[in-house]
Design a protein around this ligand. Structure first.
Ligand code: NAP
Length: 277
């Protein structure tokens, strides 16, 4: 079994075949239910879900696709869907030349996909104690675990303010914006919708209703706090970060420099991180 660091989960190796995953009882065979193209390089997809597969919102599953000569290629994917959904949903980029995503992108509805029975990862709100405001900072497909966390009723009950920042290059990559805005009308969470602050960030084209600078800059120059009207401090704020590893590292350093502490298994802190690759 792969060993994952308790608070900073490595997602690699990317697109690599795993010899250890040859025992069928360690995974189930599921089917692709639906594929939705977001951009030529981004797509959302749903699979059937083994009834025994359990996860905490924010965690990831390991997915397998058939590779050359019968080998299965495995890759970690954050789960987008709710813990109570009958299906599993994932959000993927097509990595140019990547063995896994190239094959994944060729799958069609009804095709097989393998899902490891174990769930993984520590980007979960149970890493925290206390706190008033939940901040979820993401780039690219790193928004995925936060959509799952937003589907969880406990998230809305636990925090006074919930800030989701999603930074992408082009506006078309703002996947799940509608889902997030849709929580305002949600039958369970609608009356708590005033807690939610959704902050799209588009860095490579002009967009009226999005911020334009990278997350570390928005933190450093105070724009995020002014824009959201929510102060960042270690007593009130619990911060989750997921996405581009350089963004995660720069953001980690910014928070550590302000006295925030990483959540550890033995000691809850204020900060939980996950690199996408
Ligand atoms: P990305 O380059 O990660 O950009 C997404 C957003 O993050 C943009 O707003 C970008 O701003 C920002 N960003 C990039 N570097 C940053 C940093 N150091 N600090 C703060 N913000 C930063 O784009 P992507 O489309 O999500 O992924 C890009 C590349 O990652 C692709 O080439 C892909 O092949 C590779 N990759 C992705 C995955 C995955 O699972 N998502 C896996 C393997 C490889 P700017 O526009 O200013 O750069």
């Amino acid at each position: 079994m792969p060993i994952f660091h308790p608070f900073h989960t490595p997602r690699g190796p990317r697109d690599s075949a795993s010899a250890s995953m040859s025992q069928p009882d360690r995974y189930t065979t599921e089917r692709i239910l639906e594929i939705q193209t977001v951009t030529p390089n981004l797509f959302r997809f749903r699979t059937t879900r083994y009834r025994g597969f359990r996860f905490i919102p924010g965690q990831f599953a390991r997915l397998g696709v058939a590779g050359a000569e019968g080998a299965i290629i495995w890759r970690a994917y954050s789960i987008v869907s709710a813990s109570y959904d009958e299906h599993l949903e994932f959000f993927s980029i097509v990595v140019p030349g990547g063995a896994f995503t190239t094959r994944l992108a060729q799958l069609r509805e009804g095709d097989e996909i393998f899902v490891e029975k174990m769930n993984y990862g520590f980007l979960t709100t149970d890493r925290f104690e206390g706190g008033r405001d939940l901040w979820m900072l993401s780039t690219g497909t790193g928004v995925a675990p936060f959509v799952s966390i937003l589907h969880e009723p406990g998230t809305w009950e636990q925090y006074d303010r919930i800030v989701l920042v999603h930074s992408v290059r082009q506006v078309a990559e703002l996947a799940y914006g509608e889902t997030v805005e849709g929580f305002r009308q949600h039958e369970c969470f609608g009356e708590l919708a005033h807690k939610l602050v959704y902050v799209p960030v588009v860095t490579r084209e002009a967009h009226d209703s999005a911020l334009a600078q990278r997350i570390p800059e928005l933190l450093e120059n105070g724009t995020l706090e002014v824009h959201t009207g929510v102060r960042l401090d270690r007593e009130a704020s619990r911060v989750m970060v997921c996405g581009n590893p350089e963004m995660v590292e720069e953001t980690r350093a910014w928070f550590i420099g302000r006295g925030f502490e990483l959540s550890r298994r033995s000691r809850p802190g204020h900060l939980a991180l996950e690199n996408l690759w």
